[in-house]
Design a protein around this ligand. Structure first.
Ligand SMILES: Cc1cc2nc3c(=O)[nH]c(=O)nc-3n(C[C@H](O)[C@H](O)[C@H](O)COP(=O)(O)OP(=O)(O)OC[C@H]3O[C@@H](n4cnc5c(N)ncnc54)[C@H](O)[C@@H]3O)c2cc1C
Length: 474
């Protein structure tokens, strides 16, 4: 392996990818060289835009031969800097956006084959057109891509019923570091033939190969939904209400999101069109949704459950969506929380998970610590409470000094992550991955044996270390 002069590399890339397949002008590349949260600003030798899986593999073969590091990029909506090249200017960014065909939809087999650069919302639409449902749903679904979703093992709104991206995959096609193409686009539900190699690429954040296509599981299309925005007594009541709803609906709860008052205040202030669904303010809310493929009595089930919860003191008030517009309004409030946080000022984010039953105790303990120790920050803990996943975020308080607030980020993170992992047996990265941001955290908290195995796998898949170096593992 030897480093290639840039001009020779660019000439070979252009030969492989044709006109329009390689970007070098700053005006084209600049938007791709900063991550979603603007934590990192990288440089790249160029941006490659392969439009077929064999071309992705050929780019990797070239980079492996010439010792050029490769950073795969999907929609660039990731929160951990995984899709941003480093500052050296020597890495090649490989954008998958031209690899965006739906190759097959098989309604009878409840499966679909999509290329890695398909935008998630387009995959959802393709499923719907076949009278089917693809359940992965995230606030970024209009931009993020299937390859990015697979590589971060994305979670989102429907995990409590359908699982994470890992649970929605049947097979993969992957370009390997040495330029071979692994074709395992099976649509089988059962296949116990040795090690499950595909699962290693899920959540690997581009460090073991570049995913070029995936066969995905589909479900019956939903034809009924009942959605409520309910004020609850406290986070403990949320967990109890969830348990009641699961029982009453026969496992038809498809989303159950915890929302604090501050999230309602920030979204109604910063996002046009968002309004508070309830008349009076409350400290905590849940947005819950039941769905069914049949025209069931979901509204009745949800109303009765909420009335009983009101009687039991778990719920203080609730609004049931009366039409699609109101339902969309509730969801807009939930999905624009990250954007409202961004517009409000600096924020410190912690994507943590604890066992569902411990979530209230965690919020109490960690919330108490924040109130006592971070006077210049306001807690905005929200998220997928049905999976025990909280975005335990702090926003800069009004009038607080931005730089001073951000400077305390490391120390605050240490306390929160230590509490999550060591006291609650939880995770410091529930759904956003490691990227560049949390490499040190993985080293701190992962058992040494697990880290050894991860490093051995990395060496086996990428002996020359060209695939997204410095991400996940150092
Ligand atoms: C408003 C908003 C809401 C969000 N909500 C959620 C949420 O609810 N749940 C959640 O899990 N995440 C959420 N995210 C984070 C983000 O959208 C997800 O992590 C998403 O899966 C990233 O997809 P992407 O295509 O943007 O990937 P990118 O950001 O482009 O890349 C992410 C990582 O995957 C690698 N990668 C990308 N494509 C490939 C490929 N084809 N092969 C190999 N590696 C690849 C990159 O190198 C990088 O390491 C949210 C983000 C935003 C902005």
């Amino acid at each position: 392996m030897k480093a290639a002069p840039q001009s020779a590399l660019l000439a070979r890339l252009e030969h492989l990818l044709g006109a329009g397949g390689v970007l070098t002008a700053e005006s084209d590349t600049a938007p791709l060289l900063t991550d979603q949260r603007e934590l990192y600003r990288g440089k790249a030798v160029a941006v490659a835009l392969p439009d077929t899986a064999p071309r992705v593999a050929a780019v990797l073969a070239l980079c492996n031969e010439t010792g050029v590091a490769v950073v795969p990029q999907g929609g660039n909506t990731g929160y951990c800097g995984g899709a941003t090249p480093d500052e050296s200017g020597a890495q090649l960014l490989v954008s998958l956006r031209r690899l965006n065909r739906i190759r097959a939809v098989d309604a009878l087999n409840y499966s679909l084959v999509a290329e890695a650069g398909c935008v998630l919302a387009d995959v959802q639409r393709a499923a719907e057109e076949a009278d089917r449902f693809f359940p992965l749903s995230l606030g970024s679904e209009g931009t993020c891509q299937i390859g990015g979703n697979l590589s971060t093992n994305a979670g989102g709104l429907h995990v409590l019923r359908y699982g994470m991206m890992r649970d929605l995959v049947l097979g993969l096609e992957v370009a390997l570091a040495d330029g071979r193409l692994l074709s395992a686009l099976t649509t089988l539900r059962k296949d116990n033939t040795g090690y499950d190699i595909k699962s290693l690429f899920l959540g690997a954040e581009g460090t073991l190969g570049i995913i070029t296509a995936a066969s995905l599981k589909l479900y019956p299309r939903m034809s009924a939904a009942a959605t409520a925005f309910a004020a609850i007594r406290d986070p403990r009541a949320a967990v109890q209400l969830l348990a009641r709803l699961r029982e009453a609906s026969g496992e038809r709860v498809s989303a159950f999101e915890l929302i604090p008052r501050l999230a309602v205040e920030l979204t109604t202030r910063h996002i046009p069109g968002v309004r508070d669904p309830l008349d009076a303010p409350h400290a905590w809310y849940v947005l819950c949704e039941l769905t069914s493929a049949r025209p069931d009595r979901l509204d009745t089930i949800l109303t009765e459950s909420l009335e009983q919860a009101l009687g039991a003191g778990l719920v203080a008030d609730a609004a049931l969506a009366r039409n699609e517009g109101e339902r969309a309004g509730f969801w807009k409030l939930r999905e624009t929380i990250p954007e409202a946080q961004r517009r409000d000022g600096a924020s410190l984010k912690h994507d943590v998970a604890v066992p569902v039953a411990a979530i209230a105790q965690f919020i109490e303990r960690a919330g108490e610590w924040v109130r006592a120790n971070v006077p210049d920050g306001r807690l905005i803990a929200y998220g997928h409470v049905g999976d025990g996943n909280l975005h335990f975020n702090l926003n800069q308080a009004p009038g607080a000094d931005r730089a001073a607030f951000l400077a305390r980020g490391e120390a605050i993170k240490r306390v929160i992550h230590d509490m999550v992992v060591r006291e609650f047996g939880g995770s410091f990265s529930a759904e956003h991955g490691i990227g560049r941001l949390k490499v040190g955290e993985l080293e701190r908290y992962a058992p040494p044996v697990e880290l050894d195995l991860m490093r051995a796998i990395k060496r086996a898949f990428d002996p020359n270390g060209i695939l997204n170096p410095g991400k996940v593992l150092r």
